[in-house]
Design a binder for this molecule. Structure first.
Ligand code: ADP
Ligand code: MG
Length: 195
């Protein structure tokens, strides 16, 4: 099984990927916890750009995310699946489409770039107000910057919600609930899909 977690930064998705993998392993389901961008050379390039070490066009950044995904599949996801593991990834191709659409408004182009890649069997989309996301990651800044940031996150969220309608096997998770409540909700859905 292949499970992806998606959402805005600070929505709590990484916390839940860890909890799900722990629970899978405790119940004797070998699992791989993984994430994008990867730690492979393609992923390191993306991190360098995000840390402003060099600048690229928005299209370049999305092409890099998409290239990094090919390496993620080749080096991590597909080998783990071959070994019979459940793969749990923090971010996958819906991140490219939702976040990418902010800098590259042609969503069809972003979708086409990713059309060769397998879709997850389950995608958990974490729904949380952008302001609350920012509070959780303790972003500090001027009022205007905060406002602009929230506007940007709202636009990204809107694309995520459209994707949740267009693609199969999406579960929108109310991420304002407690960590344990969310973990139980997710486990309820995953457990039904395990054999
Ligand atoms: P993401 O990976 O989506 O950016 P994280 O899992 O790293 O989010 O969580 C961001 C912060 O929010 C962390 O400090 C985490 O402990 C906290 N957090 C995660 N889930 C919850 C929750 N359900 N309620 C309150 N705080 C949470
Ligand atoms: Mg995270």
């Amino acid at each position: 099984m292949f499970i992806a977690f998606e959402g805005l930064d600070g929505s709590g998705s990484s916390t839940q990927t860890r909890m799900l993998v722990e629970r899978l392993e405790r119940t004797n389901h070998p699992a791989l916890l993984t994430a994008e961008p990867t730690s492979h050379p393609t992923g390191r390039m993306i991190r360098d750009i995000l840390q402003h070490k060099f600048e690229v066009a928005p299209e370049t950044l999305q092409l890099l995310y998409t290239a990094d995904r090919a390496e993620h599949l080749r080096l991590d996801i597909l080998p783990a699946q071959k070994e019979g593991k459940t793969v749990v990834t923090s971010r996958y191709l819906f991140s490219t489409i939702a976040f990418g659409s902010y800098g590259v408004p042609d969503i069809e182009w972003l979708k086409q770039l990713n059309r060769l890649y397998p879709l997850p069997d389950l995608t958990f989309l974490f729904k949380l107000d952008p302001e609350e996301c920012m509070r959780r990651i303790q972003v500090r800044g001027e009022a205007l910057e905060l406002f602009e940031k929230a506007e940007k996150l709202r636009a990204i969220w809107k694309t995520y919600e459209i994707l949740a309608q267009q693609y199969p096997n999406f579960h929108v998770i109310d991420a304002s609930k407690s960590i344990d409540e969310i973990a139980d909700m997710i486990w309820g859905i995953v457990e039904k899909k395990l054999d």
